[in-house]
Write a protein that binds this ligand. Structure first.
Ligand SMILES: C[S@@+](CC[C@H](N)C(=O)[O-])C[C@H]1O[C@@H](n2cnc3c(N)ncnc32)[C@H](O)[C@@H]1O
Length: 339
């Protein structure tokens, strides 16, 4: 079975429809949790699921037992695919109907025991940071105390690039920044982590629909030079920043003179128009990395995601479609040039 996680119960419906429409496959709900189960016969390599926060692929289920016995069974399974001296990403969490993703309580005790047993087998566990070039081991405890295990070797991980999250259980809470001009800054912080590429010193970035400047603020904080486009001006300190060039023009019409490191957009417009804009920037190779949000009115417009998925397979970018934790009725499409 594959276990596909949604942000919360509200997004199970759109996720179920997406799985049906994209891959013509039925999915089953896991009682009261924002999780869908899909048969392993569906090959998820290279696939996209915009309304999923993360996925546990090709899982096995360890039945309810004492924590020590479950830990031993998990480590025995992990060791079948992971070699001694290898480093891995390890995510252990409970999915509860009340609190969502939890790393405390039974999950924390189980994690400690897995750590100890893996160390005996000389397997190294990465602390804190997530590394997409390493194997990913996910352990999810369910309400009935059974445990779902997914082990993907480093070779397999890249095949499921768009489906994983660097965050445990796909959940995160980007820290507040009181100096940011808007709460929207959280979206670009989260998207960079999911993409696995940071906006960095001396890079060039265009911010389409930039006002009041949350995204421009983050790009400047990371040291990039920004072209910010909007009909309305940004916050005063960003307007006088000599590394911010503000252009009061239509973001749909602007084209750069040379390829930029980043093109990012949080424009409020119809899904069709935003997809067209992404296509212009991506197929036209006007940028090396991109982050675009698509905002929906109700369920209208979800179909554009299906159209974009077809296009995504044909371009020279590694693409991720994901509803961020910071997204409301939005999906973020992001990508980076393949190396
Ligand atoms: C959600 S806000 C952006 C928030 C911004 N990312 C931040 O972090 O503060 C969307 C912006 O898109 C701008 N916008 C919408 N259509 C536009 C267009 N055709 N050209 C330029 N800006 C546009 C709006 O003026 C609005 O300021």
């Amino acid at each position: 079975m594959h276990y596909i996680l949604a942000k919360n119960l509200d997004w199970l419906g759109p996720l179920k429809e997406e799985i049906q429409n994209s891959y013509n496959t039925d999915s089953k709900e896991v009682s009261g949790l924002p999780i869908l189960k899909v048969s392993s016969e569906l090959d998820l390599k290279g696939k996209y699921l915009a309304f999923s926060t993360t996925a546990l692929i090709n899982t096995e289920q360890i039945p309810e037992d004492s924590i020590s016995k479950q830990a031993q069974a998990l480590v025995d399974s992990i060791c079948k695919k992971i070699n001694p001296e290898e480093s891995i990403n390890l995510h252990v969490f409970s999915m509860t109907n009340k609190y969502g993703v939890l790393e405390t309580g039974r999950a924390e005790i189980l994690k400690d025991k897995i750590h100890k047993n893996l160390r005996k087998n000389k397997i190294r566990i990465l602390r804190k940071k997530f590394d997409r070039s390493l194997a990913i081991v996910q352990v999810m405890l369910l309400d009935d105390r059974s445990v779902i295990l997914s082990v993907q070797t480093s070779e397999e991980v890249s095949e499921y690039n768009s489906l994983y999250s660097p965050y445990v259980g796909g959940f995160n809470n980007v820290e507040d920044d009181k100096k940011a001009p808007s709460r929207a800054f959280k979206k670009i912080v989260e998207a960079q982590e999911i993409l696995g590429t940071k906006i960095s010193e001396n890079q060039t970035l265009i911010d389409l629909g930039a006002c009041p400047g949350g995204w421009t603020y983050i790009a400047r904080k990371n040291g990039a030079s920004v072209i910010a486009i909007d009909r309305s001006e940004l916050r005063e300190d960003l307007m006088v920043d000599e590394k911010v060039q503000f252009l009061q023009t239509d973001a749909f019409k602007y084209r750069p003179e040379e390829t930029l490191d980043w093109s990012v957009s949080d424009i409020i417009s119809t899904p069709d128009r935003v997809i067209e804009l992404i296509t212009t920037w991506v197929l036209g190779k006007l940028c090396r990395n991109f982050i675009f949000t698509i905002k929906f009115q109700g369920k209208d417009g979800y179909h554009v995601l299906e159209e974009f998925k077809k296009l995504a397979d044909q371009c020279d970018f590694q693409i991720i479609l994901k509803q961020l934790n910071a997204n409301k009725n939005e999906v973020t499409i992001m990508g980076r040039e393949r190396v």
